[in-house]
Structures are given as structure tokens and as C-alpha cells.
Design a protein. Structure first.
Length: 400
């Protein structure tokens, strides 16, 4: 490969080049993932190599925008400190042993096809394309570079989400939703001004203030169980257009009750409850350092299992409503997701799954993750606006 002889040398040098020249925030973990990706694709195809390395080594929109330029500069112009005359002969798209191959390349250069910038060539044909070999240090022939397609994920997907206060319509819809979460009555009888059971002891104690006359009877009743809402938001790339709306729902619920916990997950789990509560109080919050919990792949089963292991004993109980906002596109093992969903449904009051794709015409929940999770879901709906939350409040099952 170019400019070094072995694939590991090229990859390590390219990662170091990205860190030093373009301030990419990558380390050994990203380099290891990039090496695994190159073991899958055809390394002789420049486009496939670009498309495989770009989402792994680019962590932000700025890095994704600069990746193609850095890739062309490193592999087709040589890294800093390496003379072009000392670089090995690259693999080309034509047969170097065939007669007239070098003449065809030189004729292509003389015709002016190499005058354009690498990123401006939209009409180039796909396939393994390599730069022109530099035979002499004084030669300034422009390289032949194929323009690669842009990043497969949206530029906004890698940006950290920002939490803001919700408007009055969201707050009212959230209050109605929380009140609708009827979980039944508690087992303990509590003192009350009105109730179903007469409290003789408290009535006699109150009669001491009126000379022994029981003029103020006391009652006891069983209050309603106050629900706890645990919101798990899928922050993967497939949910990039809907995850922020789900976080907006978490802020709205936080204005209606203090018994709320919010988490973000992608390939890892991250608790963001404190930021959500600050946003509900009117403070503008940007979620930083989410790492693998935002704009990555999706392993729903592994993240739910991690949630149960780290927070299940403290947060999951018979008064907990688990709300999962996800499209169900899971790349993990279905058995792990099925086991995690079974554990959550067995210990909680119910599971509410919010899938934004339900609003798409003709959508059927046939994804592997959705098929594994459907038997344990009490309510299956979509919430992207206050109006949809109000509709959910009307159609919500009494026991989830």
C-alpha cells in the first residue's frame, strides 16, 4: 500500500497524521476498530477504504468534513517528512506490465484531467484508482484521485445534543401523561381527611382538645402509588432525527414529576438525569462527552443488560414505568435483548416502547430487535410532539 509497505504501518501513520495535522481525537481503540474494518473490505478499492475508515476515525462533523482532504493528502501526496522520491510504487488501476500503460497515464496527465482538485471530480468512475508514480523529485505532475462519497451519517448526528426548557404545551401534556399512569393503591393505610377506614386512635387523641368529645373524626385511606418513569433514549445514528425529540420528552416529564430517570444509549449507556432536570428548571444544557452513548451503532440488548446490572436494584420496582425510545434496529444478539426485556417486564410495572417509525406509512415492526422485544411491551406508540403525547395519554392502558 501507499506510502508505506505494510497495512499496519499505513494505518498507524495515518492515525498519527490525523491527530497531529487535523487534531482528530482518536486513540488506540479507534485504530484497532479501523484495522478490523479494513480486514472486511477490499483494500485495493480506494472508495471502500475511505468509506470504511471515515465513520470510525471521524468523531465530529468537523472531522468528517476534513477526512477526505486528509486522506488524499496523506496517501496521495505523502506524509510530512517522507520524500516523494523515496515512496514505494503504488498499486494502479491499470496493468503496469502491459504495453502502453505508462504512456496512457502520461497522456491522461497531459490532457489536463489532473488539473482539478481531488474533491471536485464528480464524474470519476468507481474502482481502485492510484496516483501517478513520481519518478523524479522535481516532477510536479498532479495525482489522480477518486472523489469518495461523503460520510454515511448525517453531519448533525455527531454533534452533542442540547437540552432546553419546554413550552407550556409540552408541560401540560406531560402532566396529563403522568397523572394517567395509574398503578393501583398502596398496601399501607395512611392518615387522611377523608377515607374509607375510621381511625379510632387518632380520633380519641383529637378529642382531648375538645374535652373528650369526638367532634373531629379521623380517617385513613390507601393512597395511589406514585409512578417512577425511567426513560431510555436510543442515541444511535439511525435515531439521529428522533433522539432529540425523545430527550425533549424527558425534559417535559421532568417538569411534571421528580421521580424520573433519563439515560442515553448507543453501544454504551450514559445517565443524563441531572442535565435533564437542569433543563427542566430553565437552564440550557449541552450533553458533552457521551462517547459511545451517542451517534454510534446500536446494541439495545447489551445496553439494557448494563442498565439492569448497574441501576436495576435501585430504580426498577413495581412502581416503575420503563419507557424505551428506539426504532428497534439492533445489531446485537436477539437472545440478549429478549432476556433483558424479560427481566425489565418482570420487575417493573410495565414497558412503554416509543418507536418514531410508526408514523411512517406502511411501516411494520419486523426488525430483528423489535421482534425480540414485542412480547414484553405493554404499550407500543410514537411520541414526537405534544399532540402525540396527548393521544398516548388517552389511549394508554390503565396498567401499561
Amino acid at each position: 500500500m501507499y506510502p508505506f509497505r505494510t497495512l499496519p504501518e499505513n494505518l498507524i501513520a495515518f492515525s498519527q497524521f490525523l491527530r497531529q495535522r487535523y487534531a482528530f481525537r482518536i486513540g488506540p481503540s479507534e485504530t484497532h476498530d479501523a484495522a478490523r474494518a479494513l480486514g472486511i473490505v477490499d483494500v485495493s478499492d480506494e472508495r471502500m477504504v475511505r468509506d470504511a475508515l471515515r465513520p470510525i476515525l471521524s468523531g465530529t462533523a468537523r472531522e468528517a468534513a476534513a477526512f477526505d482532504r486528509a486522506f488524499s493528502e496523506f496517501f496521495f501526496a505523502g506524509p510530512p517528512g517522507v520524500p516523494q522520491s523515496n515512496l514505494p510504487r503504488p498499486r494502479a488501476a491499470v496493468d503496469r506490465n502491459a504495453d502502453g500503460a505508462d504512456k496512457a497515464v502520461q497522456q491522461h496527465v497531459k490532457s489536463g484531467a489532473g488539473d482539478a482538485e481531488p474533491d471536485e471530480r464528480h464524474d470519476a468512475a468507481p474502482g481502485p484508482v492510484a496516483p501517478v508514480e513520481v519518478g523524479d523529485a522535481s516532477t510536479t505532475a498532479p495525482p489522480l484521485v477518486l472523489r469518495s462519497s461523503y460520510s454515511p451519517f448525517d453531519a448533525d448526528a455527531s454533534e452533542s445534543p442540547e437540552l432546553t426548557a419546554v413550552d407550556r404545551e409540552w408541560r401540560e401534556a406531560a402532566r396529563s401523561f403522568v397523572r394517567r399512569l395509574y398503578l393501583g393503591l398502596t398496601r399501607r393505610w395512611r392518615p387522611s381527611a377523608r377515607g374509607r377506614r375510621f381511625d379510632l386512635r387518632r380520633t380519641l387523641r383529637a378529642s382531648l382538645q375538645t374535652g373528650g368529645e369526638a367532634l373531629a373524626p379521623r380517617w385513613r385511606r390507601r393512597p395511589r402509588r406514585t409512578p417512577r418513569v425511567v426513560l431510555l433514549v436510543d442515541g444511535s445514528r439511525s435515531m439521529s432525527d428522533h433522539a432529540r425529540a425523545a430527550l425533549h420528552l424527558g425534559v417535559a416529564i421532568a417538569t411534571a414529576t421528580l421521580r424520573v430517570e433519563v439515560f442515553i444509549f448507543s453501544t454504551a449507556l450514559r445517565r443524563v438525569t441531572d442535565d435533564v432536570r437542569r433543563a427542566a428548571a430553565g437552564e440550557r444544557r449541552r450533553l458533552e462527552r457521551l462517547q459511545q452513548a451517542w451517534a454510534g451503532g446500536t446494541t439495545i440488548g447489551a445496553c439494557l443488560a448494563d442498565f439492569r446490572r448497574r441501576f436495576g436494584d435501585r430504580l426498577i420496582g413495581r412502581d416503575t414505568i420503563v419507557v424505551i425510545a428506539s426504532d428497534g434496529l439492533d445489531v446485537g444478539a436477539p437472545d440478549l435483548l429478549r432476556e433483558a426485556m424479560h427481566g425489565l417486564s418482570r420487575r417493573s410495572a410495565g414497558i412503554l416502547w416509543l418507536n418514531p417509525l410508526l408514523e411512517t406509512d406502511g411501516y411494520e415492526p419486523t426488525a430483528r430487535g423489535m421482534r425480540a422485544a414485542r412480547p414484553f411491551i405493554g404499550t407500543f406508540a410514537s411520541v414526537t410532539s405534544p399532540a402525540s403525547l396527548a393521544r398516548l395519554r388517552v389511549n394508554l392502558k390503565s396498567a401499561i
